[in-house]
Design a protein around this ligand. Sequence first.
Ligand code: NAD
Length: 473
Amino acid sequence: MDLLRPFHMLIDGEPVSGDSPLPVVDPATEQVFAHAPNCTRAQLDRSVAAARRAFPGWRALDIERRRALLEQFAPRVEAARDELATLLTREQGKPLAFAQRELDSLTRFMRGQCRLTFPTEVVNEDGPQRRSVTRRVPIGVVAALAPWNFPVLLAWWKVIPALLAGNTVVLKPSPLTPLTVLRIAERLADVLPPGVLNVVSGGDDLGPWLSAHDGVDKVSFTGSTETGRRVMAGAAATLKRLTLELGGNDAAIVLPDADVETLVPALFWAAFTNSGQVCVATKRLYVHRDCYDAVRDGLVAYAKRVVVGPGLDPLSQLGPIQNERQYRRVLDLIDDTRRAGLTICFQGEVPAGPGYFVPVTLVDNPPEDARVVTEEAFGPVLPILRYDTIDEVVARVNASPYGLAGSIWGRDEAQAMRVAERIESGTVWINETMYLSPDAPFAGHRQSGVGVEHGLEGLLACTEPQTITLKRG
Ligand code: NAD
């Protein structure tokens, strides 16, 4: 089938074209290679109205009926895995094997999310005269907005918990990476009653329209902290419920007893997977002075062998940056590091010619207040920082306004655990990174977010409690 056959939005159960095309750029070539529909204000209003109309019927269904319908999602995505992965690589840039991994991760999450259940209703007995039951009810219309780094996973993993809980949804992918999300919607279009799930794509106006829309009851947003603040402000007028998964500046701490040789590849990929465009990538690497030189030299040696290139080339291990704006930002951060006279201990190769390719860049022990340390690079740039004591490193790590995730690396598990417990972030890994589960809450502390996704708490965040009290006699 033609990979780039026309793309449609899903509004009220129908495929809908936009009034104008939204160009989508391949970051490996810098060329427009496809067009998505560009949703108009009227089409957005129609999709919110459809979601609102569909809400009472969907809410009234038994949760097991909803679950049975949603269980059809994962097999349908799997059946098109290879086509979807190729499309994802074209629009996002990541190597094909990583695009396939993103789709596999999505279907794993879809299955896991479908298994979530509510706790039993709480019954408060206050003598024979009165009986109170507290149950969980859906919120209403949920707007789901996603970024461009994991366009498929981060968009669709908002959908199942919201729908399972009885809400209806309007999903909007990033204007930069709308295609794979739309193609998945096409495959799922006939599973649910019309209006229960709507998917719209469009330019820079669409996000603010949707997140501030009067017909929306909850906004679930993943993106930058800066945009998160705007979403929160837009939600204030009608007091919308909010889940915000925002930026981070995750630290990895290598303890003095770490096994450097086995650690180096894992540390490299913790920072550079998806060319560093991961919310939970290691963005600051703190290494104890006893093993600092060995870790730095090991990373330099490893980085020399890593191939940066177009995602469709099977030899590429890292692809381009997804878009021009972010590409320029990351290059500016590297220039600023150089201008400040800091030591760049390694800078890799990039292919000649077009494409938003940024070389793998390692910075040797910059000061704590350097931009490359304090800012979320969201690109293939890693500062390596030397520390002397645990108290000192914990204080340096926690001095960030972010609190998304972090990791601890060492042989002594008990010690690593004690350090992990002192890190002020929503997720901490020991001797690995990036493992997320549909059963475990994922929450950004501080300016990394508001609310929770995944696990029982993530499901409950798609609901409100309702207490019904019956007075007898
Ligand atoms: P972004 O904030 O620029 O955009 C995210 C989405 O918001 C896009 O779809 C955009 O169109 C839309 N948008 C823009 N203005 C809006 C508004 N006023 N109201 C509603 N929507 C609006 O983020 P990005 O550049 O696409 O993604 C990169 C950022 O996302 C990084 O900071 C990264 O750390 C963060 N991120 C966080 C997580 C997490 O789970 N915490 C996951 C991935 C990425």
